[in-house]
Design a protein around this ligand. Structure first.
Ligand SMILES: [Zn+2]
Length: 176
């Protein structure tokens, strides 16, 4: 199929979004929505910036895509997202009647496309979404690993600094 872009092409765009999140100190998850082989929406996680626990990349990209199509449904759309969707996002995508979810890496702690639960393919719900996983998996999970490593280092550094401050204080308050 000449001219049709492949899954890695679109996942790279989602990764670019995740990298943006990383640089803004947000958990690095990125997503794009593709309609007829064209990207119609892009977003990254903005939970910290918006102080909103629902501001996941998938939620933001879903709203953008609906606005673009001027439709409450994303019937012929595919979402490319770097990390497996959580239960909130998978639920929202089911409501949007999206056709397919393509994601990079599993989220063993919160993934709702098969890891801890499968909302996207739940037979009791009125819509099921096709799932494909493992597209550029390593790149996607590496970003997450790097991010949480950086966070842990920051916490360590902070607690060391705090300790030092406490020691300094006790030195000062001690009579000579
Ligand atoms: Zn989510």
């Amino acid at each position: 199929m000449i001219g049709l872009k492949n899954d890695s092409f679109f996942m790279k765009e989602a990764i670019r979004q995740a990298e943006k999140a990383f640089s803004l100190n947000e958990v690095p998850v990125g997503a794009v929505v593709v309609h007829r082989n064209k990207i119609i929406a892009r977003a990254h996680n903005q939970v910290e910036l918006l102080r909103d626990p629902t501001a996941h990349a998938e939620m933001l990209v879903l709203t953008q895509a609906c606005n673009f199509l001027n439709s409450k449904w994303l019937l012929d759309c595919v979402i490319y997202v770097t990390i497996e969707c959580c239960s909130m996002c998978a639920g929202a995508l089911v409501l949007s009647r999206l056709k397919k979810i393509i994601y990079g890496a599993d989220d063993p702690k919160a993934g709702a496309c098969g890891s801890i639960i499968n909302i996207a393919k739940n037979k009791k719900l009125n819509h099921r979404i096709e799932i494909k996983k493992g597209v550029l998996e390593q790149e996607c999970s590496l970003l997450m690993e790097e991010f949480f490593l950086k966070k842990r280092k920051e916490v360590k550094k902070f607690s060391r600094k705090k300790k030092r401050m406490l020691i300094d204080k006790t030195k000062i308050s001690r009579p000579s």
